[in-house]
Design a binder for this molecule. Structure first.
Ligand code: S3P
Length: 431
């Protein structure tokens, strides 16, 4: 494959991972048949599907690749007699794990939860300690997986102020409260992604959101619904940066979720001088979506990313770092210590990757110091992606910008969130 020109054409990138996980779990908690239209069908999502199936919920993937969840609801799951603790292995999926632990703790179902090597290195005490505070009988293994749920009954009102900027913690608490039938009030001053709050009303649940406060009263029954899943900003981000930096590019990414808790990357790239236009803006299932047009620009200007902005683009910081590495002047990413506990220690793995491409990137305890260079260069030897899907895609985009060879695309790693990444790369390169 030879690059003659920039990226061109239009396509719909992978559907939103966070929204698909939530639709499956809420569908399992609801009474009736939930239809999930255009869901993401990736390795992480299959973990969530399998997880709810282990609870006895019926899940079908239709010939059009939609998901139908047929459930009798929370009360029915709770009544089932499981002979022994259910053994869950959620592979690489942190979202499945933290959300399902909340659900299982609220239901009081005995279970042992584990995952792959990367997942067993990630902190679980951030959620387990809180659930314990509110009455669940649940323990970690030195703060990590395996997590054992013994079936305690949560009767206390959940009233928590988030200390870590994590939507997984917030959602886990909301799911625990809804499944235990206790009221939940969460103060989220970080304004983490709000898909759960946006989706619950479609399932008939009243949610009171005021500023950073989210309140859900106990004893609300979920009723099945239809959820249409937009395209994922976290997947679109690779093309936002790729098309911005590859001369002669002009692409349109369709139906992208532009929820402001997720679209910090657009704001920051525009501040750096990128040409990004939102077209056809609309709202679907409580989520703002748009078609996103990106054209290449000759030069980006470096910037500082810190504070609340970090939360709105936590998964996009690896690919933003590539844009910063090719920008004029000095850039800094601060307050992003959470990157150290993602699928890999992304402060180290991003720095290592970009340095191998000739960038001037220094890791700091909570981010990066980057001095822009005008040219990157493909490394002579192939790099490890540390089994991290976003590092694998970062490497593919870096390769696209620096070489005329077919970009590497480690399907095994990338399949976690963007199974058709390589196909989309070919479409945009050949259009
Ligand atoms: C997610 C929340 C984020 C994000 C992850 C998906 C979610 O994790 O990094 O990819 O769907 O809630 P944290 O909540 O740990 O920040």
């Amino acid at each position: 494959m030879t690059i003659q020109k920039g990226l061109k054409g239009q396509l719909r990138v992978a559907s939103d991972k966070s929204i698909t996980h939530r639709a499956i779990i809420l569908g399992a908690m609801a009474v009736g048949k939930t239809h999930i239209m255009q869901p993401l069908l990736s390795d992480d999502i299959r973990q969530t599907i399998h997880g709810v199936q282990q609870l006895g919920v019926d899940v079908v993937i239709t010939e059009h690749n939609d998901i139908i969840i047929d459930s009798l609801g929370i009360a029915d799951i709770q009544k089932r007699q499981f002979d022994e603790p259910i053994a869950f292995n959620f592979g690489n999926s942190g979202t499945t794990t933290r959300l399902m632990i909340g659900l299982l703790a609220g239901l009081g179902i005995p279970a042992v939860v584990t995952g792959d090597d990367s997942l067993t290195r990630r902190p679980m005490n951030r959620i387990v300690d809180l659930l314990t505070d509110y009455g669940a009988d649940i323990t970690t293994t030195d703060g990590h997986l395996p997590v054992t749920i013994r079936g305690g009954i949560m009767t206390d009102v959940i009233n928590e102020t988030l200390k870590v900027p994590s939507a997984q913690i917030k959602t886990s608490l909301l799911l625990a409260g809804l499944s235990a039938g206790v009221p939940v009030i969460v103060f989220d001053d970080f304004q983490t992604r709000n898909h759960t709050e946006n989706m619950l009303p479609s399932f008939g649940v009243t949610v009171d959101c005021q500023g950073g406060m989210i309140f859900v009263s106990g004893d609300q029954r979920l009723t099945a619904t239809t959820v249409s899943v937009p395209a994922d900003m976290s997947s679109a981000a690779f093309w936002l940066v790729g098309a911005t930096l590859q001369p002669g590019s002009d692409i349109v990414l369709q139906d992208v979720n532009v929820n402001e808790t997720r679209s910090g990357i657009v704001k920051v790239l525009r501040r750096m001088g990128a040409s990004i236009t939102l077209l056809n803006e609309r709202v679907q299932n409580g989520e703002p979506i748009a078609d996103v047009r990106v054209a290449s620009v000759s030069q980006l200007i470096g910037t500082t990313v810190q504070g609340g902005e970090v939360t709105t683009m936590i998964d996009e910081l690896p690919i933003l770092a590539l844009a910063l590495a090719r920008s004029e002047g000095d850039s800094r990413v601060m307050d992003a210590g959470e990157l150290r506990v993602k699928e890999s220690d992304r402060i180290n793995t991003v720095s290592e990757t970009l340095v191998a491409y000739g960038a001037d990137v220094k890791p700091t305890p909570d981010g990066f110091l980057i001095t822009g260079v005008s040219r990157l260069q493909a490394p002579a030897e192939s790099l490890s992606n540390h089994g991290d899907h976003r590092i694998a895609m970062l490497q593919s985009i870096a390769q696209l910008l620096t070489s005329n060879d077919a970009p590497i695309a480690d399907q095994a790693a990338i399949g976690v969130s963007y199974p058709d990444f390589k196909r989309d790369m070919e479409v945009l390169m050949h259009a």
